[in-house]
Design a protein around this ligand. Structure first.
Ligand code: F6R
Length: 590
């Protein structure tokens, strides 16, 4: 979590960094700050608690001069949300400024040593220790690279940091260990960031750093080293993400824009390099056993994948929560294939599961949105979501892309040619479903005052019930639970009283009749039924009509009204759906 960015070049750094911070804000929005090094070798810092826009309003920002600088947007881990804990941090003599993403596990030990040497700490963060450590080591070595290799030798934990030293003007340094860091190669200027999105408006040529790599950047040169200080040659990659796709266009929020983009992104997910699909399918066919892992929304996609693989390809699958993976790692079948699903490709729980699986000799393939992310590099094969950057903190279009890819794999393995070609109709069906926007806004306007919501569905609709509840909680802060429709009567029915909203996912497929009976049981106890279906029923107090489709496509269509319901409930409750409280998009801590 936290977004970091650095710039060194021939232009004033502040506005470039501020623009980058706006694009990195999805990574955390507790506080934000910028530091620059001016032509008199003085480091200046401006920071504030709250979002980037709050920082942008600060008058001091316009006086922040320098052609090298750092920027940070924070998701607090060590130390509360305060001005002093905001980054960038300074060493006590203001000789070093740093920004950091991740956790320094041995910071207390390092801080004690530095305290004893007279360093004065002003924050409660683990990060500040890096600034003091760089200062202390550089004072002895007087050379940036040996100082940096010494610093990373002493740091333990998962981190990416960037630093600027007053004594080494117009040199920026960076280090990566288990947290993302990408170099952007410009013309007479270079960039460093947690995500290429930060600088994509300036260059699309990037180098993805790997673990245990350091980088020294000047306006003209970029040199990469390993943690021992040996030079490494790494090729640059051209990335394809369009600048236009990170603007909100005519939409009020990124979340709404991303919901609407799904009419195209569901098809983008199908446009895969055929060789990559062959490799993935081959891995599935050869696997003695298939596990799928993920967190949150990606976990819900994995649950749906299990049903698709079982139904259409007759391949049994076990789904394991990445955050619980430790419990199973000893039991893994060595001939297995692990499919890791992640929008960001940087989720610490997922990466840790992948590491454990690889250690046990299990082959890992992944389904990822962020190209160049750690998960892609840790996998033997990958299919990319191809849905473009997802800025809204809640996963929307990346979820339906994951569902499309799993659909494609299951149908291909099961040689279900007719259903496979029918997948291409999903774009049109999603477009039709997007027409529900005004109706759902109106339902959310009426029901956003509810204290609790329930979401139910059977079979393929069960993971969607879980997802609908997660989305509503996350965006609107209304308590919500998702469950298998048949489970209601085993306990949760006790919670239903007059007017409690229950969303019933019930298009006409094999589960229709049973689910409708469960809906009637809820209605008989006073529940307010919101039916998402292809067929009206007097059981439904609100009827949300989705188009008729093949059963495997229904989950994709259901996702759309569920996302809209959560979005509009948040808006009705005057919450910003793009930045839910306490959350961040990329969860890089375990
Ligand atoms: C919910 C949401 C999270 C993520 C989860 C995994 O809307 O976005 O639950 O799905 O943190 O993230 P990725 O997919 O990036 O591994």
């Amino acid at each position: 979590m936290c977004g970091i960015m650095g710039y060194v070049g021939d232009r004033e750094a502040t506005s470039i960094l501020l623009d980058g911070l706006r694009r990195l804000e999805y990574r955390g929005y507790d506080s934000a700050g910028i530091s620059t090094l001016d032509s008199n070798r003085k480091i200046h810092v401006v920071k504030d608690v709250g979002k980037v826009e709050q920082l942008a309003q600060k008058a001091e920002l316009s006086g922040l001069r320098g052609i090298a600088g750092l920027a940070h947007t924070r998701w607090a881990t060590h130390g509360g949300v305060t001005m002093l804990n905001a980054h960038p941090h300074l060493s006590c003599n203001r000789e070093v400024t740093i920004v950091h993403n991740g956790i320094i596990e041995n910071y207390l030990e390092l801080r004690r040593d530095l305290d004893a040497k007279g360093h004065l700490f002003v924050s409660d963060t683990d990060s500040e220790v890096i600034a003091h450590l760089v200062e202390a080591v550089y004072r002895n070595k007087k050379d940036v690279l040996p100082a940096l290799t010494d610093v990373v030798r002493q740091l333990k934990g998962a981190y990416a940091f960037a630093a600027i030293l007053a004594d080494a003007p117009n040199v920026m340094v960076g280090a990566r260990q288990d947290a993302p860091l990408v170099v952007g190669l410009g013309n007479g200027e270079n960039f460093l960031a947690s995500d290429a999105l930060a600088f994509i408006g300036h260059t699309d040529r990037v180098i993805f750093l790997d673990n245990r790599e350091l980088v020294l950047l000047t306006e003209k040169n970029v040199t990469i080293y390993d943690f021992e200080g040996n030079v490494k040659q790494k090729p640059a990659t051209q990335i394809a993400w369009e600048l236009g796709s990170v603007s909100r266009r005519e939409f009020e929020h990124y979340t709404l824009k991303e919901i609407h983009e799904q009419k195209e992104t569901v098809l983008q997910a199908l446009r895969q390099d055929p060789r990559s699909v062959d490799v993935f399918v081959d891995a599935l066919e050869r696997a003695g056993k298939v596990y799928i892992t993920g967190c949150g929304t990606s976990f819900h996609a994995a649950l749906l994948a299990k049903l698709l693989f079982t139904t259409y390809a007759k391949i049994p699958v076990e789904v394991l929560l990445s955050s619980e993976f430790d419990q199973y790692e000893e039991l893994l079948d060595k001939k297995a294939l692990l499919i890791a699903v992640s929008q960001s490709g940087e989720t610490a729980d997922v990466l840790s599961a992948v590491k454990a699986a690889r250690k046990m000799g299990v082959k890992v393939c992944s389904i990822v949105n962020a190209m160049g992310s750690t998960l892609v590099r840790e996998s033997e094969c990958t299919l990319l979501n191809n849905c473009g950057p997802e800025i809204g903190v809640a996963a929307t279009k990346s979820f339906t892309s994951q569902l499309m890819i799993f659909n494609m794999l299951a149908l291909r393995l099961g040689q279900r040619e007719a259903e496979l070609s029918d997948l291409w109709s999903t774009g049109r069906l999603v477009e039709k479903t997007l027409g529900l926007d005004a109706q759902i806004q109106e339902i959310a306007d009426r029901l956003h005052v509810a204290n609790d919501f329930y979401f139910v569905g059977r079979s393929l609709h069960h993971p969607l019930a879980l997802e609908g509840a997660l989305k509503l909680k996350e965006l609107s802060y209304i308590h919500a639970e998702g469950m298998a429709a048949g489970e209601l009567k085993h306990g949760s029915l006790a919670l239903i009283s007059e007017g409690v909203p229950v969303v019933v996912l019930n298009p006409e497929d094999g589960t229709y009749g049973d689910t409708l009976s469960n809906a009637s049981e809820v209605k008989a106890r006073g529940g307010r039924i919101i039916g998402v279906s292809t067929k009206p029923s007097k059981v439904y107090d609100e009827y949300i009509e989705i188009p008729v489709a093949a059963p495997n496509i229904y989950p994709v269509l259901e996702a759309v009204p569920l996302q809209m319901l959560a979005y509009y409930a948040a808006v009705s409750r005057q919450q910003n759906p793009d930045y839910p409280r306490n959350l961040a998009k990329s969860v890089t801590v375990k």
